[in-house]
Write a protein that binds this ligand. Sequence first.
Ligand code: GLA
Length: 394
Amino acid sequence: MLPAIPLEEMVSQAKATYLQRYGVAPQWVVMAPGRVNLIGEHTDYNDGFVMPMAIERYVVMAAGRAEGEGDSLRVFSDAMDGECTIPVGEPVADDLPQWGVYVRGVLEEMKAAGFSCGPLQAVIRANVPLGGGLSSSAALEVATATMVEAATGRSLSKPEKAKLTQRAENIHVGMPCGIMDQFSSAACELDHLMQLDCRTLATKQVPFSNPNITVLIINSNVKRELASSAYPIRRGQCEVAAKQLGVTALRDATMVMLNKMESQIEEVVYRRARHVIGENARVQEMAAALEANNWAQAGELMYASHDSLRDDYEVSCDELNLLVDTAHQIGTGGGVIGSRLTGAGFGGCTVTLVETDAVEDVARRIGQTYQSTLNIEPTLFTTRPAAGAHIIEG
Ligand code: GLA
């Protein structure tokens, strides 16, 4: 299993790279984490419920003032081994790399919100796996917003920061994502799951630090191209379903309402709605199960969520199914509580709850089965719920 790089180490590395590149020490260091969603998938853009936690994988930014006039950012990314300069308030440069597009979007939205940062330079040290469904882009966006907060000495509320960074992704990247990822990176808390109502943005921080339970994340290391095209199609189908059911969003619909309309709704749209309505209920049931320490039920809810994402929402794939099925076969006898795909789907990661004593054995067994069946090496790591984005220095 991959060990976590301690945050302090990433901070030191970012500061050292900054000093090496710019010849001075940074004035500010900020971080934003990736996230894993325990349950509540494809519910956020239906005004529904989600239950993510931040993970011990981060985007760290070290930054300081640069020479020059106007708002701009010269930024180096270690993960990408590249540098770009982003003038704020100007059209996108043709040669701006994709990671720079995320950063630029946030700078533009921060400026529009009155956060004029002046000329800055920064270094990014990041280890959230890219394209793994663990919100590497949201972490980059929220880190950028936090850096601008540090540089301007002003701050946004966490919900405002989440909405601004989501808007940056919607408008400047063109990905019509919901609020979950940015909200998680901005507002999750150490040793807590975050129950989020994506309509009201009300949160409940649920303590999650039982030493006997470990969160195991397994990256299938496959990414389907379909992810970016299928996501807006799913969103559209949900909107059609809500309209046909006469509700503002699927959050307001019930299974009874859906079943009454079954004959009038296109079959595929019916199944999409059935997933969302069922998944919203599962988040509420999960909250109750965790409160009651009912791990058996928590596990069942995770498997039910996966089945629904696979069959009704059709966002799973063979690789993710193999990971979840293998975990399920090991079962409670072998220390597995529950497992499901996490994030948008079409590749990426699964999240599995495991009894801590069994986690090494479970990871080895799932890893071996996956590799010997598909000849793809998965990446496995455990994590406790990490802290949300904050200024570390400055
Ligand atoms: C992606 C999106 C989120 C959410 C999930 C699915 O991560 O960015 O807004 O919709 O997919 O739950």
